[in-house]
Design a protein around this ligand. Structure first.
Ligand code: DP6
Length: 317
């Protein structure tokens, strides 16, 4: 039995940084995100009695295989099967460089593996399962704009609700030195973690209001301040986590200057050096043009709000 699924990555407007329960990947706080149309993982999973060993291929390499096999074991236990598995996964973007490949990766794996093993799960169950692979993956299951409060994520709005885009400026294609899973563990060691927790619910309510009103400037102000706040926690953790590169800082300053010139654009940054420029669709070409003039940028990826994970092929049933 074989299934293929495609899943988007997502960008968090309110970040998941720090866990309440490490093993269950339960977050310290609610996060809010948007699925990204052009950062995707396609995964094919096949269970078969004819396979002698488990085999995992991610972008033609075997990296991350133990984490994938642990996840597959959980699904085998749930479905009560013992067949060996073949997993082939392809990202259309650089892996593990801070472009949230674990989100799209585990969301696609969840859909493909559960379908291939014959489990029929609800969106809620799929989101819960994806979370066990990588927390942010639970947000790549539902459509469009998504909220993750407890153990699973739900859609707040469909992709077509709001014409905003995420223009990713890829700064450095190298692998990051500290994984997000390791990074989460150090969040509580920052002096800024408790003040962050004390006001995060107010911030979430303000962001949700700005989304409800489609007030782009209010929305962007919150998104940018939130990214800087998460990085303030990272920078002040013990040991400190510094994901930025010189070009990251240069770009942050450019975005602020462009805004002063009247262009409504805001940035957010995950656990990596890349900038996500959040803007309205109408400003896409002027932002892309400005980014193209900066030679340190390796790649520009324009993303629209996207549907969540979906099955694209099934066979052998
Ligand atoms: C900075 O979901 O990668 O991108 O649950 O340990 O796999 P694990 O962590 P992960 O963390 C993502 C952190 C972030 C912020 C976010 O996407 O909310």
């Amino acid at each position: 039995m074989k299934a293929t699924a495609i899943a988007p990555s997502n960008i968090a407007f309110i970040k998941y940084w720090g866990k309440k329960d490490e093993k269950l990947r339960l977050p310290a706080n609610t996060s809010i995100s948007m699925n990204l149309s052009n950062l995707q993982t396609t995964t094919t999973v096949e269970f078969s009695k004819d396979l002698e060993n488990d085999c995992v291929e991610i972008d033609k390499s075997g990296s991350d295989a133990p984490r994938v096999i642990d996840f597959i074991d959980m699904i085998r236990r749930r479905a009560k099967v013992s067949d060996k598995v073949k997993v082939i996964s392809k990202n259309n973007f650089p892996t593990a460089g801070g472009l949230a490949s674990s989100a799209s990766g585990f969301a696609a794996l969840t859909l493909a593996a559960t379908a291939a093993v014959g489990l029929r799960l609800s969106e809620k169950e799929l989101s819960m399962l994806a979370r066990m692979g990588s927390g942010s993956a639970c947000r790549s299951i539902p459509n469009g704009f998504v909220e993750w409060e407890t153990s699973y994520a739900v859609s707040l709005y469909p992709p077509e609700y709001w014409d905003i885009i995420d223009v990713v400026a890829v700064v450095d294609e190298g692998k990051k030195d500290v994984s997000t899973t390791a990074g989460h563990r150090s969040a509580q060691s920052s002096l800024f973690f408790s003040p962050r927790m004390a006001h995060i619910n107010d911030k979430i309510n303000q962001l949700k209001k700005a989304m409800r009103d489609k007030n782009f400037n209010q929305f962007g102000e919150i998104v940018e301040a939130e990214a800087l706040e998460m990085h303030a926690v990272m920078l002040t953790s013990v040991p400190p986590l510094i994901y930025w590169r010189p070009t990251t800082i240069r770009l942050m300053r450019e975005v602020i200057n462009w805004r002063r010139e009247g262009l409504p654009v805001y940035f957010t940054i995950d656990a990596g050096p890349h900038l996500h420029l959040i803007c309205q669709k109408k400003d896409e070409s002027s932002i892309v043009k400005r980014l193209k003039a900066i030679k340190e940028i390796k790649k520009i990826i324009v993303n629209f709000p996207s549907a969540g994970a979906r099955i694209t092929a099934l066979s052998g049933f």
